[in-house]
Design a protein. Structure first.
Length: 341
């Protein structure tokens, strides 16, 4: 019966064995080719565009890259970065955003509201992740936090609410403060909103308020002369790229004029400032990397709700307090996350 079965197919047992070997060899080859193709596809190198108003990379950018590395993205292996720095010249951001679009990056990460606006205007197709932005809804970047829509998502810090909190904390740190000064740039929408919140809280606490405008380094020096002329005894400093870049100057001027000042970023305390209360920025950059990971894996920005900060820090610099002759109340020191002596 076996021989008849073989004869029906037209070949011998030996030939059948050879054909079986050939079949296995072909199957193995095809499997190997498929595996190589799959491996090549899995090793696709994604390109991330990075748009910032700053002059260059810093610690926060390293936090972002480190988090991506922990998620399995190796620089030069599965991901590359195209950085565009505006060098504190915000009017350069639109052109830099257009450059990133022409490079056909897979996603654009933005830092600050002006950068997010420039990226949004430059493209409606490439996903945009905000690592930092002011009140994203208030400035019109998105329709809502829960449903951002279009191609933009990420993180937004609570600008106006935070500005009001800074006034309250300054009053606790320096109870005698009654004439408040607010330093900001009225050309930036988030700071206009923050200034309004500052005024509301100042009035509730029976403090007068003087608004000071500073757009350039030269303006900063002039603003502190105005502070002295107004006999202000408390200062709230808004946070924008230019102020952060010149934080050491601002902190030193505040000490020279012996005025209690509070800031929304701890960078100012590292530069010699008195007190800060604000977002834990490294946490925002870690979370921004998580957004990028989701998008590179296929998620759509419109389906990713925008998140707000969850970690805040109060930092007090006792050395700066001593320089201006201020004693920080014990209850404030007890609540501080960090006290610099």
């Amino acid at each position: 019966m076996k021989s008849f079965w073989i004869l029906d197919f037209g070949f011998s047992i030996k030939e059948a064995a050879n054909k079986r070997i050939l079949f296995i060899a072909l199957f193995t080859t095809l499997f190997a080719l498929c595996s190589v193709a799959h491996a090549q596809q899995a090793k696709k190198v994604h390109r991330i565009g990075y748009l910032s108003g700053r002059s260059g990379a810093g610690p926060l950018d390293e936090v972002f890259k480190t988090t991506l590395g922990e998620l399995g993205y190796g620089e030069g292996k599965t991901v590359t970065f195209a950085y565009r720095w505006a060098e504190e010249k915000l009017d350069r951001l639109p052109a830099l955003a257009t450059e990133l679009v022409k490079l056909k990056v897979d996603v654009i990460v933005t830092e600050t509201t002006p950068a997010a606006r420039a990226a949004k205007k430059a493209t409606t197709a490439i996903p945009i992740v905000m690592a930092l932005s002011g009140d994203a809804v208030g400035v019109g970047l998105v329709a809502s936090l829960a449903r951002p829509g279009a191609n933009i998502t990420g993180l937004t810090f609570i600008g106006p609410d935070l500005a009001g909190k800074l006034v309250e904390l300054l009053k606790e740190i320096s109870p005698k403060t009654s004439r408040l000064a607010y330093l900001g740039n009225p050309d930036l929408t988030p700071e206009v909103l923050a200034a309004k919140a500052t005024q509301t809280v100042a009035q509730r606490l029976n403090m007068s308020i003087k608004f000071l405008e500073a757009r350039t380094e030269k303006d900063l020096k002039r603003a502190f002369d105005e502070i002295e002329q107004a006999r202000a005894d408390g200062l709230v400093v808004s946070q924008n790229v230019m102020y952060v870049q010149h934080r050491k100057m601002i902190a030193e001027l505040a000490v020279q004029h012996r005025i209690p000042a509070i800031y929304g970023r701890s960078d100012f305390i590292d530069a010699g400032g008195l007190a800060s209360y604000g977002t834990n920025f490294p946490d925002l950059y870690r979370r921004a990397a998580l957004y990028v990971d989701k998008i590179l894996k296929g998620a759509k920005p419109a389906d990713l709700p925008i998140e707000q900060p969850t970690k805040f820090e109060l930092v007090i610099n006792l050395k700066a307090a001593k320089q201006i002759g201020l004693t920080i109340p014990p209850n404030v020191l007890a609540r501080a996350d960090w006290v610099i002596k």
